[in-house]
Design a protein around this ligand. Structure first.
Ligand code: ZN
Length: 170
C-alpha cells in the first residue's frame, strides 16, 4: 500500500471510541473536540455549553477521559446533575467539594457501555449561533447520558452524597 492510500484510509476511519463517522480515527475526533473547545472559549455565549460539551465528550471517550476513578465519578456525577437538576456554567459547589474532597471512588460497575450514543462531536460542529450550538450540545449530551443508563443509579447516588455532605458541612 502506498503512502497516499494509507492516508486516505486514516482519513476515512471512524472514531473507535464514540463511533463518529469518517473523522480520521481517535486523533481526528479529538481534533474536532479541540475545535469545539476553541469556539466555546472564544465566545462567552458559546462557553455556556462548555461543561456539557466536556462531559458529553468524556462519556463517549472514557478510555481517555475517565481513566481514573476520580475523573469517572466527576464526569458521571456532573452529567447527572446537568441532566436532572439543571445546567450551570461551572460545576455546582456541592459537587465540586465532593469531587475535590473524596479520597475513595467506587470503581465503575458495570464497565463503560460499548455503544455510546448516536449523536457525536461531528453533529455539534459549525452551529450558526450560540442558541443552536447549545441545542446541539444538549442533544449530544442526552445521547451520551442515555448510553450510560446502566450507571444512572450510581451517578444519582453520588449526587445525593455530594448534597448530603454539603448540608452536613463536610
Ligand atoms: Zn470520538
Amino acid at each position: 500500500m502506498d503512502h497516499e492510500a494509507t492516508w486516505e484510509l486514516e482519513e476515512a476511519a471512524d472514531c473507535p471510541s464514540c463511533g463518529a463517522p469518517r473523522v480520521g480515527g481517535l486523533d481526528g475526533c479529538r481534533a474536532l473536540f479541540d475545535r469545539l473547545g476553541e469556539r466555546e472559549f472564544s465566545d462567552p455565549e458559546f462557553f455556556r455549553a462548555h461543561r456539557l460539551t466536556v462531559d458529553a465528550y468524556s462519556l463517549q471517550h472514557p478510555e481517555q477521559f475517565m481513566k481514573s476513578s476520580k475523573s469517572a465519578a466527576a464526569h458521571l456525577a456532573g452529567m447527572c446533575w446537568s441532566m436532572e437538576r439543571g445546567r450551570s456554567t461551572h460545576l455546582p459547589a456541592p459537587l465540586k467539594r465532593w469531587v475535590d474532597g473524596r479520597k475513595n471512588y467506587a470503581r465503575l460497575t458495570p464497565p463503560p457501555p460499548r455503544a455510546r450514543g448516536t449523536v457525536t462531536v461531528i453533529d455539534v460542529l459549525d452551529a450558526e449561533d450560540a442558541a443552536e450550538h447549545e441545542r446541539r450540545v444538549e442533544a449530544w449530551a442526552r445521547s451520551a447520558w442515555s448510553a450510560w443508563a446502566g450507571h444512572w443509579s450510581q451517578a444519582r447516588a453520588w449526587v445525593v452524597e455530594a448534597l448530603e455532605g454539603s448540608r452536613a458541612g463536610v
